[in-house]
Design a protein around this ligand. Structure first.
Ligand code: SF4
Length: 295
């Protein structure tokens, strides 16, 4: 991996990046990798030495690691911090590092995962958290043979505002909140893990055979579709927004006064801004070509 420092950020941050603390150990796949797009995982493996990452892109990750480190000092007698568990299934070694396991009085375990995140994320459903914690629950029961009773996200809200907490309905009342996460039955967790492994295994086979990798889905690309806004002359806000031009045309007919349709082009936010293999990805390069052709 090539580390760049485009904004002349102090050396200590560069050194932190050069000395990563995270390791998935001897595993083929970690729980977080399992949830990632198989295309991204394979492209990262193939182009690891050519991938460029700027120090500035790592800010939130450094902060997250620092928070995890300091919270270990809050450990109680019935807490197990940062335990990495390993197991083998379908020929793959899977691992997961669990932020905190709380041993309950009846011997069962509550799993907590810390998330440095924004308020928006806790006010909107984030299914990936449910997937991740259920993989951890599967690991704990499979490896340690101890029942898991509860799953919780401990959200540390970096953009929390006291004023919004006082005035907005449903807004979190404190900058640290605990979100209960739906715990699936064991068989459902295991089927989910097997499905994920199959997707990664197929992608790995494609990579080894030199065949096209499976494409990222709209969700994996954080795709926002193109929309069509009906705008009344003089107004800054759209009168209505539609998924197709035809729907917008129909809506336009009902507007009194002068109005027109403004096309709001869609985007693939992750591909454009957050995927460090985008220059090696033919799916994204093709999308860019098509986008340029349509201009
Ligand atoms: S650039 Fe987009 S399509 Fe390509 S691997 Fe990254 S997220 Fe997937």
């Amino acid at each position: 991996m090539i580390i760049t420092n485009k904004f002349n950020i102090p050396e200590v941050f560069v050194n932190v990046m050069k000395r990563p603390q995270y390791s998935k150990g001897r595993a083929d796949l970690s729980a977080t990798e399992m949830l990632n797009s198989p295309r991204i995982v394979q492209l990262r493996k193939k182009h690891f030495d050519e991938i460029e990452v700027d120090v500035s892109d790592n800010y939130w990750s450094i902060l997250g690691t620092a928070v995890h480190g300091i919270l270990e000092h809050g450990k109680a007698d019935n807490h197990i911090n940062e335990e990495r568990l390993f197991t083998k299934i379908e020929g793959w070694i899977i691992s997961g590092a669990i932020d905190l396991q709380i041993v309950n009085e009846d011997g069962s375990i509550t799993i907590q995962d810390y998330k440095n995140t924004g308020v928006w994320s806790v006010m909107n459903e984030k299914i990936d958290w449910e997937y991740q914690l259920n993989i951890y629950a599967w690991l704990v029961e499979r490896v340690k043979n101890i029942p898991v009773k509860r799953l919780e996200i401990v959200a540390l809200l970096r953009d929390w505002s006291r004023r919004d907490a006082e005035s907005k309905a449903g807004y979190p009342q404190a900058p640290i909140i605990v979100l209960p996460i739906n715990l699936w039955p064991y068989d459902q967790r295991e089927s989910f893990v097997i499905d994920c492994i199959k997707s990664h295994s197929n992608a790995q086979m494609d990579a080894e055979m030199g065949e096209s990798l499976p494409e990222c889905t709209p969700d994996q690309m954080w795709e926002k579709p193109t929309t069509y806004a009906v705008m009344k002359e003089g107004n800054k806000r759209a009168t209505s927004v539609h998924e197709t031009q035809a729907e917008a045309q129909e809506a336009l007919k009902t507007v009194k006064g002068v109005a027109n349709i403004v096309i709001r082009p869609g985007e693939r936010t992750r591909c454009e801004n957050y995927c460090n293999v985008n220059k090696f990805c033919n799916q994204y390069q093709k999308y860019l070509e098509e986008k340029n052709d349509s201009l």
